[in-house]
Design a protein around this ligand. Structure first.
Ligand code: MTE
Length: 311
């Protein structure tokens, strides 16, 4: 995010999902799936999901957009690096350590975490702090489900998250020191428990593409995208506000809260509008909405807070 804006994808790069999936199957047959950096060797089982009242009816971006314009610094700084290199990440088996101020700490296999969980399709607006946005049909479930099973103790006030540390599979963890690894993030407990906050395991009914944070990532749609940490291996309930990667890097540019807010500019650019990926080079920028358009659901979490101060 220290880099400047990049031009949008060309119309010719945008393929509808059907064509994309077809191409993926052909590539799988040719044994090129890993090289293409798509889904990291997992079975392509179709996920069963139910619709959600929280979905927007705005048309989602194509899977091609969603998987070829990414921020995942563990794989490089360029938007195309994750698609090129993320296939190397082993995402099966996967487990998540749940610890800190909880009644049931432990290391839980992803399969066990997903047992009895109903996956919902959540079509959310996704707004990056860099000034671009997409609409993404995530498949996931409320983070609250995991926290309730863990039994968060009353002394816990925040939830901290950590991405996998795997320098042998993540070239960015070896070669770029823009951030201190592993990537870490955090939410206030009430934000973490909010029904809009999900753990996502898929997109478009398919297992999470590796470049988007396989096998499981956080999605917090009213905050800038960097809060939505990818490839999570640890969830901790803690008493104090935890350190977060981009805030640690530049506290004056990336706040702990980082709620989408068109009235508080980034020190180096305006946040009043955004460029919707996939709209073509000449598409007009669109106005950014307070809380990314989720004010009705989340504004009450911040009653009494000066949202210019707690950015
Ligand atoms: N999580 C990790 N571990 N590493 C990252 O570099 N980038 C963040 C966030 N989560 C990032 C991350 C940023 S800046 C954004 S905008 C979103 O992931 C991008 O998600 P997407 O690539 O699926 O659109």
């Amino acid at each position: 995010m220290t880099t400047s804006f990049r031009p949008g994808l060309k119309g010719s790069e945008i393929t509808p999902k059907a064509a994309y999936m077809n191409r993926r199957q052909i590539m799988a047959g040719a044994g090129a799936l890993l090289a293409a950096g798509t889904i990291g060797g997992r079975a392509e089982a179709k996920l069963t999901t139910v619709p959600s009242k929280y979905s927007t009816d705005t048309k989602p971006n194509t899977l091609d957009d969603i998987t070829h314009y990414n921020n995942f610094y563990e794989f490089g700084l360029d938007k195309t690096d994750p698609a090129r290199f993320a296939g190397k990440l082993t995402v099966d088996p996967w487990s998540i350590k749940v610890d800190g101020l909880v009644d049931n700490p432990g290391s839980y296999a992803l399969g066990d975490i997903l047992k009895g969980v109903t996956l919902e399709e959540r079509i959310y607006r996704h707004r990056c702090v860099e000034g671009w946005s997409m609409v993404i049909p995530w498949d996931g479930f409320p983070l609250k489900t995991v926290l309730d099973r863990a039994g968060v103790q009353p002394s816990a006030k925040y939830i901290a998250f950590e991405t996998v540390m795997r320098p042998e599979e993540m070239p960015g963890q070896r070669s770029n020191n823009v951030l201190v690894w592993p990537y870490v993030e955090g939410l206030r407990l009430d934000e973490a428990m909010h029904p809009l906050t999900i753990l996502a395991t898929g997109i478009y009914g398919e297992p999470m593409p590796t470049q988007d944070g396989a096998p499981i990532r956080l999605v917090v749609p009213w905050k800038y995208g960097f809060k939505s940490i990818k490839s999570i291996v640890r969830i901790s309930a803690v008493a104090d506000q935890p350190p977060t990667s981009w805030n640690r890097e530049a506290a004056n540019e990336y706040g702990f809260y980082s709620n989408v807010n068109p009235h508080v500019d980034h020190p180096r650019w305006s946040q009043a509008s955004e460029r919707r990926i996939g709209g073509g080079l000449f598409a007009p920028r669109i106005d950014t909405k307070m809380f990314n358009g989720y004010s009705d659901e989340v504004a009450s979490l911040y009653t009494g807070m000066d949202l210019r101060k707690f950015f």
